[in-house]
Design a protein. Structure first.
Length: 332
């Protein structure tokens, strides 16, 4: 019997190696999930053995040594034989179910979902979606690995402990429900984490693309902003203005949703060498060609109503604006 088990194990390992490394063309066809699942299963070997040892001691009334030996042997068998053999079966089943070809439109969500349910054992090459497809595929395959583990571990447990079949059945089911249930919960958290990170990254990408599409290039930024600030003051409160100076309150723009990127600056307006006014300005960068000054609060207005600053400027900038306003001077 032991010789047969060794023969089956060797055959399974050879078959797996042939499938994984037969040709470079196979690698180009996607990701064989055994290359992910098998290393992870060995990484989890010790905590799984620990949990199943405790369960074996309670159910079969064994000593700690007997429980540990039985759990180690059973898990070596299920990890060395059960996982790769089950994976091979899933690969063959998926190939038969899909006629060996691709399924669905990978540009659509429905096609990607099919890729992790009907091609879960050997994922199709959709590199930009591997971050969620890998944990999804593992989550889908874990119940199959768990069922295979139940039968393999039961067989080995009976051979080692010489217990009755009902005890071995109870132990194998409870042990694998506990360990594979925990594994599925961990993978589910992994998947949720990947999806949340992806959503945050996508939001940042959208915001950055909006910034890139509206903020002028570095060499044009200052001339355009000075031009538009001067035009704003000439058209409004300071028609005699001849120049403006500004200091950004922070270098990076503020991007909220799909609104235009906003800049905040302290601005000094002059007529020749005479300072006409100073104050805080809020500007929107638009299409890389111009700035729209959305708000300007003169220093004397800030001193008179400091609470108004927080309604226009980010909270983190309010102390700087109030400090600059106290030091500013404006003509009447």
């Amino acid at each position: 019997m032991n010789r047969n088990i060794r023969s089956y194990g060797l055959a399974a390992v050879i078959a797996v190696l042939c499938l994984l490394f037969a040709t470079n063309a196979l690698a180009d066809m996607g990701l064989p999930m055994l290359a992910v699942v098998w290393p992870l299963s060995w990484f989890a070997f010790i905590p799984i053995v620990g949990a199943e040892t405790v369960i074996a001691r309670r159910i079969a009334s064994l000593s700690w040594q007997q429980s540990l030996v039985a759990s180690i042997c059973a898990n070596i068998g299920s990890t060395l034989i059960g996982i790769p053999v089950t994976w091979i079966v899933l690969v063959l089943f998926d190939a038969l179910a899909t006629d060996g070809g691709m399924i669905g439109d990978f540009n659509q969500l429905s096609g990607k979902i099919l890729a992790v349910t009907m091609k879960e054992a050997w994922l199709m090459p959709i590199e930009e979606d591997m971050y969620w497809m890998i944990p999804s595929s593992i989550l889908f395959m874990l119940p199959f690995f768990g069922i295979a583990s139940v039968f393999i571990e039961r067989f080995i447990f009976i051979k080692i402990i010489k217990c009755d079949k009902s005890t071995a059945i109870k132990w194998s089911w409870l042990a694998n429900l506990a360990t594979y249930g925990t594994a599925m919960l961990c993978v589910a958290f992994w998947l949720a984490f990947e999806l949340s990170c992806s959503q945050a990254h996508a939001q940042l990408s959208i915001q950055q693309s909006h910034i890139d599409g509206n903020v002028p290039i570095a060499s044009e930024f200052r001339p355009l902003l000075e031009r538009d600030l001067l035009a704003y003051f000439r058209a409004s409160s300071r028609p005699s203005a001849t120049s403006v100076e500004y200091k950004l309150l922070r270098d990076a723009p503020t991007q909220s949703g799909l609104a235009f990127p906003k800049y905040y600056a302290w601005v000094k307006v002059s007529a020749d060498s005479k300072t006409l006014c100073e104050g805080a300005a809020r500007m929107a960068a638009i299409e890389r060609t111009h700035f729209e000054i959305t708000h300007f609060i003169a220093s004397q207005d800030i001193k008179a109503a400091p609470d108004a600053v927080g309604r226009v400027f980010p909270e983190i900038l309010v102390p700087d604006v109030l400090t600059l306003a106290r030091a500013a001077k404006c003509s009447k």
